[in-house]
Design a binder for this molecule. Structure first.
Ligand code: PGA
Length: 275
């Protein structure tokens, strides 16, 4: 199975249904020189068959990391964007700016943006449309808060977030969307990783939601899990039938750790794609 970077092929509508996605956002870490060094360390990395890897550097390093990884097997993404192409939006960057840097993916709606920077389901939807218009692959992050989890409304919250994020997206464009379920209570050093059976249940229900939305085209929207993924638990998540990959933070910031994590699910992924 050959996996091509998809950002360039604007017209491609259907993702490889069996690809397992493993990526990391460096968040607000790595100054430009550090980011370039990390990209160089990843440059010749060849993920095992069936795995598409990606890294998401800060904006200050996006162009450099894209150029170091241009001919590599990894895709590069951006951490956020504005929904307009240009204009008086001080401090923001747009989809065409990101695309011209050479990025293929853009992360939209991470809980840290929702929590600290006023991101809403509505702005997520605007950004998803803008990303798709410019040939980027939106990686839409959704997640329940600790309160929503406690009150037993995780599923309702996630269904709402997905339905609003994808509202008005054409069947063709649904083939370029990625979704990451990241429980807010599982993210970061204060988080606790979600139990695999819980993730399985959530993803099965999410699968039903996205399947219904993509009923006409039949595309399988990749559903990733994120939140305290580590060497200790990555296999538990990747083994789940409705988990199409993982989105990792701290445990993958060091290139060597990232490559070890990806390599550690090699056999599991070959069994999964052969099934
Ligand atoms: P973490 O971050 O793996 O450090 O918990 C995950 C994320 O925010 O995507």
């Amino acid at each position: 199975m050959s996996i091509q970077p998809v950002g360039q092929s604007f017209g491609r509508s259907v993702v490889d249904q069996k690809t397992v996605w493993i990526g990391t956002s460096w968040k607000m870490n790595k100054r430009p020189a550090e980011a370039i060094a990390a990209a160089r360390a990843l440059e010749s990395f060849q993920p095992p068959e069936g795995i598409q890897s990606f890294v998401i550097p800060p904006f200050t390093s996006l162009r450099d990391v894209c150029s170091v990884l241009e001919d590599s097997a990894l895709m590069v993404g951006a951490q956020n964007m504005h929904w307009e192409d240009s204009g008086a939006w001080t401090g923001e960057v747009s989809a065409p700016m990101i695309a011209e840097c050479g990025a293929f993916i853009v992360e939209i709606g991470h809980s840290e943006r929702r929590q600290h920077f006023g991101e809403t389901d509505w702005t997520v939807n605007l950004k998803v449309h803008a990303a798709l218009r410019h040939g980027l692959r939106p990686l839409i992050c959704i997640g329940d808060t600790a309160d929503e989890f406690e009150f037993g409304v995780s599923q309702e919250t996630l269904a709402r977030q997905v339905k609003i994020a994808l509202h008005g997206v054409s069947q063709k464009d649904l083939g370029r969307v990625l979704i990451a379920y990241e429980p807010v209570w599982a993210i970061g050093s204060a988080g606790r990783p979600a139990e695999a059976p819980f993730v399985s249940e959530i993803h099965t229900k999410l699968r039903a939601v996205v399947r219904e939305m993509a009923a006409e085209s039949g595309v399988r929207i990749p559903l990733l899990y994120g939140g305290s993924v580590s060497q200790a638990n990555i296999r538990d998540y990747v083994a789940l039938p409705d988990v199409d990959g993982v989105f990792v933070g701290r445990a993958a910031w060091e290139p060597a750790d990232f490559m070890t994590l990806v390599g550690s699910v090699s056999e599991l992924v070959s069994r999964k794609i052969a099934a």
